[in-house]
Structures are given as structure tokens and as C-alpha cells.
Write a protein that binds this ligand. Structure first.
Ligand code: HEC
Ligand code: HEC
Length: 225
């Protein structure tokens, strides 16, 4: 596979990569992409996310191995302002739709580093992740993100396994804040309709601070494959 991808990169100057990329797209309505151009366009991103998408500073999410359709969707939403973050809204402003697709596939194809979960609370986190807590309205995370946290590219469910625990925590807090009427702080809304509550806002609304701590630790240690 590595060799084949390298082959694609070398074919780029011949203009052959577009057709090859399209053949590898997960669904037939996905536009062609070019990972060599994506690498080039991702140069400024490396300062925070790492050149290969394996950021070392835990406030910046790892993008290596992330599902490409999820990366693409987030970039579009930062550009439109549907997902709010001052740094990323500025970063996405100058990217074209094709740049976003190219960058998404470039990062998606990089091997991902994984965090090491702490043993304290690991089993409690696992129980919540796999089974939820029906008495409190917490549905199992594994139902959408998969038992290893790999997500589902076609469905737009992100890979969360191996992500920095600090980043996972910040996002769960922001989803919860968006899912509850009575909570302030940074809100991560979902899609294009203002005030629209997607699955994560609804799921996170039922999480306690303790749940968020347990889940962030557990998920960070999953390999996401
Ligand atoms: C100055 C630092 C910085 C730079 C440069 C930067 N980012 Fe980010 N990026 C962030 C931060 C911070 C977040 C988390 C935003 C949040 O909390 O919502 C983020 C989030 C993201 C996400 C969402 C990931 C997820 O798991 O939801 C994507 C995708 C992304 N960045 C892509 C890029 C791309 C592509 C570039 C280059 C064009 C870039 N970033 C440049 C800081 C940066
Ligand atoms: C019904 C499906 C569903 C369930 C159940 C679910 N998620 Fe999600 N999750 C999603 C979707 C869809 C997104 C992406 C939202 C978007 O595109 O903005 C997401 C995003 C996330 C993110 C942000 C990832 C990133 O890179 O920024 C985290 C963290 C997360 N989920 C954790 C969890 C945890 C922990 C649970 C269990 C308590 C859970 N999810 C349950 C569908 C689900």
C-alpha cells in the first residue's frame, strides 16, 4: 500500500493522480483528490498539528489517521463559521474546496500515534464507552465510534481512539455546553442550522465531569483501527 501511495505521489506531475485518487475514494460521489498537493497545502498546519499530523502539544488535535470525510467536513465548517474557533476559522479562510479534500486525504493517510491511557479509572471508562449508562441517558459511544474508537468514514463519525485526552476533554465539554441550555463556556454546535443539536450535543448533555474525565482517559488509549 505504502509503495502504491508513493507511486501515486510520483505520478502527480503527469496528472494521473486525479483518476487514481477517485478510484480510491470511499464512495463514488466523492471528488478526486491529490495527496501530494495536500501535503504542500498542509505546510502551515504543521506548526500546530505536526507535519505528519501527529501533534505533540495536546491542545492541538492529532489529524494523522483521522477519517478523511470528517477532516473535510470540519474544514468546511470552520470556513463557514458553523464550527467556531478563532484560530481554525482564520486557517480555513484561504483554503479552496479542493485544498480541503487534498489536505484531508494527506493527513488521513499518515500513520497515527496513540496516547497511553492511565490505569486509574480505565475499566470504569471502558464500561461507559462500551455500555453507556442507560439510567442516566448516556448511550454507548462504541455504537457510533466503534469498539476501538475508529469511527466510520462514510457516516462522518470521527476516529477518536488515540487522540490527546486534553483535546477529547475540551470537545466533550464544548458539546455538553451546546447540548444544555444552562451551561456557559465554549459551545461546539454541530451543523449548519443555528442551534441545531446533533448526536454529540445530545449525548454529551448527559455526561458528568467525572464521566468526561473517565472517557477522555480511556479513549486516548484506544488504537483507533
Ligand atoms: C496556530 C495553531 C493551528 C494551526 C496553524 C492550524 N490549526 Fe487546526 N486546530 C488548531 C486548534 C487549536 C484546533 C482545535 C479547535 C477547537 O477546539 O475547536 C484545531 C482543529 C483542527 C481540526 C479539527 C480536528 C478534529 O479532530 O475535530 C482540523 C481538521 C484542523 N485543525 C486542520 C487544520 C489545517 C488543515 C490547518 C492548516 C491549513 C490547521 N489546522 C492549522 C490549531 C491550529
Ligand atoms: C449517535 C452517534 C454518536 C454517539 C453515540 C457518540 N458520538 Fe461522538 N461523535 C459523533 C459524530 C457524528 C461526531 C462528529 C460531529 C461533527 O461532525 O461535528 C462526533 C464527535 C466526537 C468527538 C470529537 C472528535 C474530534 O476529533 O473533535 C468526540 C471526542 C466524541 N465524539 C466522543 C464521544 C464519546 C466519548 C461518546 C460517548 C459518551 C460519543 N462520542 C458518542 C457521533 C456519536
Amino acid at each position: 500500500m505504502k509503495r502504491f501511495l508513493l507511486g501515486l505521489a510520483l505520478m502527480a506531475p503527469l496528472g494521473l493522480v486525479h483518476a487514481a485518487g477517485a478510484a480510491h475514494a470511499p464512495t463514488s460521489n466523492i471528488k478526486p483528490y491529490d495527496t501530494a498537493a495536500g501535503k504542500e497545502a498542509a505546510t502551515p498546519c504543521g506548526a500546530c498539528h505536526g507535519a505528519d499530523g501527529n501533534s505533540t502539544d495536546p491542545q492541538y488535535p492529532r489529524l494523522a489517521g483521522q477519517n478523511p470525510m470528517y477532516i473535510y467536513k470540519q474544514l468546511k465548517e470552520f470556513k463557514s463559521g458553523a464550527r467556531k474557533n478563532a484560530i481554525m476559522m482564520a486557517q480555513a479562510q484561504t483554503l479552496s474546496d479542493q485544498d480541503m479534500l487534498n489536505i484531508a486525504y494527506y493527513f488521513a493517510k499518515q500513520p497515527a500515534a496513540v496516547s497511553l491511557a492511565k490505569p486509574e479509572g480505565f475499566l470504569a471508562g471502558q464500561k461507559l464507552f462500551r455500555g453507556g449508562a442507560s439510567e442516566r441517558g448516556v448511550i454507548p459511544c462504541a455504537g457510533c465510534h466503534g469498539p476501538t474508537g475508529a469511527g466510520n468514514n462514510a457516516a462522518g463519525f470521527p476516529k477518536i481512539g488515540g487522540q490527546h485526552p486534553e483535546y477529547i476533554r475540551s470537545q466533550l465539554m464544548a458539546f455538553r455546553s451546546a447540548g444544555r441550555e444552562d451551561e456557559g463556556g465554549v459551545k461546539r454546535m454541530n451543523d449548519t442550522k443555528p442551534g441545531d443539536k446533533g448526536p454529540m450535543q445530545m449525548v454529551a448533555a448527559h455526561l458528568s465531569d467525572e464521566d468526561i474525565a473517565l472517557l477522555s482517559n480511556y479513549v486516548s488509549g484506544l488504537h483507533g483501527k
